[in-house]
Design a protein around this ligand. Structure first.
Ligand code: 5GP
Ligand code: ZN
Length: 114
């Protein structure tokens, strides 16, 4: 997806503040943080949204959540708690059509987030 913002971040064509990277995943700071900790965790492969994910992606989706938990612990959020958010599609509030999960923490969350 040459016109995808997050694919360009994966490719290094657009800079990001990297938090974690391995063969399958990239985590980086959200450019417009909604909480003291706001990290985006994405698969390096392009999927438009969680709605595009299938059985073949279940380990990838699981690993994203485990990575979020590790990053949360690194940021000191294990005790106070945190939120992992996936926005899917227009009504879900998704603005970047490359699957991503938000790790939010460092303040008390409201529900629903609005
Ligand atoms: P969504 O609204 O799709 O769930 O989340 C997209 C997120 O990507 C937003 O929180 C937004 O601030 C973030 N974002 C948009 N463009 C960029 C960018 O160029 N770099 C980074 N690091 N984050 C971005
Ligand atoms: Zn993409």
């Amino acid at each position: 997806m040459s016109d995808c913002l997050f694919c360009k971040i994966v490719a290094g064509e657009i800079p990001s503040a990297k938090v974690f990277e391995d063969e399958e995943l990239l985590a980086f700071e959200d450019i417009s943080p909604a909480a003291p900790v706001h990290v985006l965790i994405i698969p390096k492969i392009h999927l438009d949204s969680i709605h595009e994910a299938g059985e073949e992606h279940k380990e990838l989706i699981g690993r994203i959540h485990l990575a979020a938990g590790r990053i949360a612990a690194e940021r000191g959020l294990a005790e106070g708690g945190y939120r992992i958010v996936n926005n899917c599609g227009a009504d879900g509030g998704q603005t970047v059509p490359h699957l991503h999960f938000h790790l939010l923490g460092g303040r008390a969350m409201t529900w629903p987030p609005g």
